[in-house]
Design a protein around this ligand. Structure first.
Ligand SMILES: NC(=O)C1=CN([C@@H]2O[C@H](COP(=O)(O)OP(=O)(O)OC[C@H]3O[C@@H](n4cnc5c(N)ncnc54)[C@H](OP(=O)(O)O)[C@@H]3O)[C@@H](O)[C@H]2O)C=CC1
Ligand SMILES: O=CCCC(=O)O
Length: 284
């Protein structure tokens, strides 16, 4: 089956290569078109615009940076809406529920089907097909997309109405952003107390807080290496959107609010394009 793929950043590139390696025909588009070249080497075809991709494919996946990018690709000239009649559109970007519903309503009004399917898991999970997919929206489209989701991820959830997947993803990242700040403080505390931060990783790993995040980010943070797996600017976007969701639901989120401030500070000092673990640098 031919799948369209819009957005070849860190995640989109890994995900579309994975689909190609598993025998899917993939037509790609990226705002910076030159990024499609590497995908062509893996067997992809290039569409000149989002509309051209949608026209060619039964369903199209998008993996874009933020709500404004997600809206632009759908609503702008040569965008998804122009060719969506009778087709499926699956937005896997991390965006807020309101944006997702706006996209869904427009697509349905033009005769298309919509599924939101944000993911938990980062670059290496995308490369290894180990993402966790948190879908909501058109159930039949979810079922149709399962062969692709089975390649991209290790587990897929279907939560129901459009917006519910987006909200769940924001809750997951609110926890992750808060954990990263607590972890950073622990590492600095141990270091400044004259202890070996490597030992902290070991102690944590043998206790109740052993987890994949500390295991994957701890060693690179000790090497002061912040090549972006998950860009810090996107984590700050997720914290901002999660806090707005908290506000809508009258949920106090003091821990996430402080974590958001740390990511905001990191962004304002030029760390936005580094991995989100670079937030530890705000503690220098
Ligand atoms: N990295 C990670 O670990 C994870 C990321 N996510 C989420 O996935 C999404 C993508 O993340 P990631 O791949 O890391 O991000 P990147 O910054 O690497 O890629 C962003 C993509 O969005 C495109 N884009 C940005 N603005 C626009 C616009 N106005 N119009 C069209 N395209 C645009 C970029 O195009 P161009 O190349 O032209 O700039 C690029 O293809 C985000 O929502 C992120 O929160 C979810 C789970 C994990
Ligand atoms: O949204 C990004 C999540 C990154 C991860 O789960 O490793």
């Amino acid at each position: 089956m031919e799948i369209g793929f819009l957005g070849l950043g860190i995640m989109g590139k890994a995900m579309s290569i994975n689909l190609l390696h598993h025998g899917f025909k993939v037509t790609v588009w990226n705002r910076t078109l030159s990024k499609c070249d590497e995908l062509v080497e893996h067997g992809a075809t290039v569409g000149e615009t989002p509309a051209a991709v949608v026209k060619k494919c039964k369903y199209t996946i998008a993996m874009l940076s933020d709500p404004s990018a997600a809206l632009s690709v759908v609503f702008d000239k040569d965008g998804v809406l122009e060719q969506i009649n009778g087709k499926g559109y699956i937005d896997m970007s991390t965006i807020d529920a309101q944006t997702s519903i706006k996209i869904s309503d427009a697509i349905k009004a033009k005769g298309g089907d919509f599924l939101e399917a944000p993911v938990s898991g980062g670059k290496t999970h995308a490369e290894d097909g180990q993402l966790v997919i948190i879908a909501a929206g058109h159930k039949a489209l979810y079922e149709e997309a399962l062969p692709a989701f089975d390649v991209l991820g290790k587990k897929s959830f279907f939560l129901g109405a459009v917006g519910d997947g987006a909200k769940m993803k924001l809750a997951v990242n609110a926890v992750m952003g808060s954990m990263m700040n607590a972890f950073s403080e622990g590492l600095r505390l141990v270091e400044r107390s004259g202890l070996n931060p490597g030992t902290l990783l070991d102690v944590l790993d043998h206790g109740a807080m052993s987890n994949g995040l500390f295991k994957s980010k701890g060693p690179t943070m000790l090497k002061n290496s912040y090549n972006p797996g998950f860009p810090l600017k996107h984590m700050q976007k997720d914290m901002r959107l999660a806090l707005a969701l908290g506000d809508e639901n009258a949920v106090p989120m003091p821990v996430a609010a402080v974590a958001n401030e740390a990511f905001e500070k990191a962004k304002s000092t030029g760390l936005g394009d580094l991995d989100f673990s670079a937030v530890i640098k705000t503690l220098n």
